[in-house]
Design a binder for this molecule. Structure first.
Ligand code: HEM
Length: 435
């Protein structure tokens, strides 16, 4: 469509007219939009008019090349995420965001990560012990187990031993916050109060006893100093803690849950994975082993291709823009979906097939950078990507060493697109002991 107002020829993208019934299932709606309209389409979401861009080059344009023209002032961020995480890294804008990111980034740098390896291994061993104690033949929801495990890891990374004994309380509260997703709901408010209470109690205790040496993310937040020498206010420490709790466990848990779902359907992939893991000869995977776990890493990447936990990423345009030759007016919402771009037929032949060999270095190099963006991209790229990779490279091999998972579902498991992409109804499996 051409619009000649203002004397300029503006080309508008197609406007989606159908799919109303799909809006209740936003994931299916996005798939339908891209299959019907291609790389750029305008649609009316339940909240405001918006565009979905699907081509990797357009995603790159919004997240990276012209990233400064977009902010995170979207309904999801302002009304849902921010009510839980306040001014934390996920939702804050410049200049606050830049300062916070600069202070927090070093703790998540690849170099800093060995500090977390021990607690990741310990938490995984606790899960293995629990799984080994389940009666033979019993059905286990492995997605739920992964949720418990990654929460255990992120709370230990944040608070060290101070959280021992309260992790389940925090877990239940986090689950309430994320699954209800309505900030004003009484149960959500109670859950926020509970976690706030625990977080402030630990902060007070730390401030009262600075002599007790700790080595966790909370210590890093409390000791960080801005250029003028001041410390982070307690409210902001609380916001960053809540952000890391929320951003840091469910995303990784879903990735692992979907990985087990896919593996249980592809015995030939499991065979290659087991062969690689067995080169560890039963020892817990250490950082020094990571370069050997090449196939394991590809399995995880391919699972994140098919089931990217952050299934939708959106921005608001500050000024008019042009994407793929189409006019995007200032103020528009521009949505991108790793779920749909990761199935783009021009870059992913036979897209529904689970094939970890898509991630050989040659095949990665042959694709545009943004054909695959499970961690987003540009300045606001996930700060926890190496943390998550390291968790997966410890958890998957350790579980593969001990068990082979047999599917116990009767129907294919659907994605449930909340803020993150969960497996609807969980991932029921039976555990066959290998060790
Ligand atoms: C497989 C696991 C994970 C996935 C798929 C994932 C995905 C993402 C994505 C897509 C974004 C960008 C959102 C946007 O651009 O709007 C993001 C941001 C973020 N993630 Fe992750 N994430 C994962 C794990 C983690 C972990 C383990 C942590 C921390 C412990 C974490 C902390 C964050 C934070 C703080 C941000 C905001 C960064 C900023 O804007 O500066 N994430 N994540």
């Amino acid at each position: 469509m051409i619009d000649k107002t203002a004397g300029l020829e503006r080309k508008h993208p197609p406007v989606a007219t159908g799919g109303r019934e799909e809006i209740r299932n936003p994931l299916r709606f996005f798939v339908w939009l891209t299959e019907t309209y291609g790389d750029v389409v305008q649609y009316r979401s339940s909240v405001e008019p918006a565009y979905l861009v699907n081509h990797p080059d357009y995603v790159q344009h919004v997240l990276q090349t012209n990233g400064q023209n977009y902010n995170k002032n979207t309904y999801l961020n302002k009304y849902i995420v921010e009510s839980l995480t306040g001014q934390g890294l996920l939702t804050s804008e410049n200049p606050l965001w830049r300062e916070q990111r600069r202070l927090i980034q070093p703790a998540f740098h690849r170099r800093s990560l060995p500090a977390f390896a021990g607690l990741m291994t310990d938490a995984t061993c606790r899960t293995i012990d629990r799984l080994r104690a389940t009666p033979p033949g019993e059905t286990v929801d492995i997605a739920r187990e992964m949720m418990r495990l990654t929460l255990d890891i992120v709370t230990s990374a944040l608070f060290g031993y101070d959280i021992t004994g309260r992790a389940d309380e925090v877990g239940t509260a986090m689950d309430t916050m994320v699954s209800i997703g309505k900030p004003r709901h009484r149960k959500v408010k109670e859950a926020i109060d509970l976690v706030d209470g625990i977080v402030y109690e630990i902060i007070d205790e730390r401030r009262a006893h600075p002599e007790r040496q700790r080595d966790d993310l909370l210590t890093m937040l409390l000791n960080a100093r801005y250029d003028d020498g001041t410390a982070m206010p307690d409210k902001l420490v609380r916001d960053e803690v809540m952000t890391l709790l929320i951003a840091g466990h469910e995303t990784t848990a879903n990735t692992l849950g979907w990985t087990w779902y896919l593996l249980a359907q592809y015995p030939e992939v499991v065979a290659r994975l087991e062969a690689e893991v067995d080169t560890l000869r039963g020892a817990a995977p250490a950082i020094a082993d990571f370069p050997r776990l090449v196939y394991t890493d590809r399995v995880i990447q391919e699972a994140m291709r098919l089931y990217p936990s952050a299934w939708s990423i959106s921005r608001r345009a500050l000024a008019d823009d042009e994407i793929g030759g189409y006019h995007i007016p200032a103020g528009s919402i521009v949505a991108m979906s790793p779920y749909t771009t990761h199935r783009h037929p021009a870059f992913w032949p036979d897209p529904e097939r689970f094939d970890p060999d898509r991630f050989t270095p040659e095949r990665v190099a042959a694709r545009p950078r943004f054909a695959y963006f499970p961690f987003g991209g540009g300045a606001r790229q996930c700060i926890g990507n190496y943390f998550a990779q390291m968790e997966s490279l410890i958890i998957i091999p350790t579980i593969v060493q001990h068990f082979r998972l047999q599917p116990r579902w009767t129907e294919p498991i659907e994605g449930h697109a909340l803020v993150t992409l969960r497996a609807r109804g969980g991932v029921p499996v039976a555990l066959e002991k290998r060790l």
